[in-house]
Design a binder for this molecule. Structure first.
Ligand code: NAD
Ligand code: ZN
Length: 379
């Protein structure tokens, strides 16, 4: 089959690799019809992780079941399914509590597993024609009747819609409160969409890219252009000096640095400044842990200092971590099915798999108009 393969920093190609096979009776094989490029792929694409050469990318996957293992009971051939990016087992202590981002079975020794991801287990990604899904009864979300018609909305259930929702949730948000979201990438935009659906009184979205800020504005948010000065101060000025009830970090490590601006602690310091005293901060941007296999200068990247003094003095709270996608999946699927959510509104490109190398380049550079790229392996 054809798949998007990592060859080294800023170098991917579409290669022929072995087809995945049923390895355990609880597996299924999916014919992938949509698979997205994510900001999380860029941590690997840019060479900031120990992602091995030859591995296949892709953790935002949707497709049709074409083969089922002997022990798969609920999922059938022909089902159209979306896979949470987390690979869970369903029976470990954490999965039992809904904490599927921290499955103890699928990536033993560390926390959590995902398809096509560094440090998150051996699972091959789905930017390919086929994908093997383990513990398939648990890891496949069967989609409603309108699965094909709304495929580009439903594929967002694999990651960014629940992740944006999770950022809002981690901040402790309540309906009627105000919220500031740092980062208008796909995750930040989905946090804004979630806050809108959940009844926020005011939503601020911070970024430095016009196309992304325009999308935020179209969703009902107030755009904050960080090129015009300290974004936290702009939010304080717009809220009578008080700041917002809640804040979300949807940027992650090195993003600022990569674009010649501040270090990775910049957004955290802004959040402490622009969030009200006793308010809450949800951090879904990825801060990768120390990795002894990564290049020397990157090993410490996860260790950032931020303004803990003001954070403490303001009595703020913080929530962090990968999203437990499955925890939100069915409810967010219902919002899409009944027309209350349309995450596909942020999509900028739908491309055949062959165009992945070019798409990675543009998305990595945040070229104007490249907001969210969907790859269509069958096209
Ligand atoms: P992205 O890289 O496309 O978006 C990041 C955005 O942040 C860009 O628009 C960029 O211009 C903006 N930005 C950079 N520096 C900024 C600053 N100082 N202030 C405000 N904005 C700034 O990526 P994405 O797909 O939106 O993902 C965002 C982050 O979320 C990444 O770190 C990704 O790994 C992470 N993520 C986490 C989870 C999870 O489960 N927690 C899931 C998916 C993605
Ligand atoms: Zn993702």
């Amino acid at each position: 089959m054809k798949a998007v393969v990592y060859n080294g920093p800023k170098n991917v190609s579409v290669e022929t690799v072995d087809d995945p096979k049923i390895e355990k009776p609880t597996d299924v094989i999916i014919r992938v019809t949509t698979t997205n490029i994510c900001g999380s792929d860029l941590h690997m694409y840019d060479g900031r992780t120990s992602f091995e050469k030859g591995r296949v990318f892709g953790h935002e996957n949707l497709g049709e079941v074409i083969e089922v293992g002997a022990a798969v009971d609920q999922i059938k051939t022909g089902d159209r399914v979306c896979m949470p990016f987390n690979v869970g087992c369903g029976f470990c202590e954490n999965c039992e509590r809904g904490l599927t981002a921290f499955c103890l079975t699928t990536n033993p020794g560390t926390a959590g597993a995902a398809y096509g991801f560094a440090e998150m287990g051996p699972w091959q990604g789905g930017q390919a024609e086929l994908l093997r899904v383990p513990y398939a009864d648990f890891n496949c979300l069967r989609l409603p009747e309108d699965a094909e018609e709304k495929e580009d909305d439903y594929v967002m259930l694999s990651d960014i819609f629940p992740t944006g929702w999770h950022g809002v949730e981690l901040s402790g948000f309540l309906p009627g409160e105000s919220i500031a979201i740092y980062g208008a990438g796909p995750v930040g935009l989905m946090a804004a969409h979630s806050a809108e659906i959940r009844g926020a009184s005011q939503i601020f979205v911070v970024d430095s890219h016009d196309d992304r800020l325009k999308l935020a504005e179209a969703m009902g948010a107030i755009p904050i252009d960080m090129r015009k000065g300290d974004p936290a101060q702009q939010i304080l000025d717009a809220t009578g000096g008080l700041g917002t009830d809640r804040g979300v970090e949807a940027v992650g490590y090195q993003c600022c640095d990569r674009h010649g601006k501040e270090r990775s602690n910049y957004t955290m310091n802004c959040l402490v400044k622009s969030t009200k005293a006793t308010g809450g901060i949800g951090v879904v941007g990825v801060f990768v842990p120390e990795d002894p296999n990564a290049p020397d200068d990157l090993q410490k990247e996860g260790k950032i200092a931020f303004d803990f003094g003001n954070f403490w003095f303001k009595g703020q709270k913080i929530g962090t971590g990968q999203c437990n996608v499955k925890h939100y999946n069915r409810r967010l699927m219902s919002l899409i099915e009944h027309g209350r959510a349309n995450p596909a509104q942020i999509i900028s490109h739908r491309l055949p798999l062959d165009q992945a190398p070019d798409a990675y380049k543009h998305f990595d550079e945040r070229d104007d108009g490249w907001t969210k790229v969907l790859l269509k392996p069958g096209a």
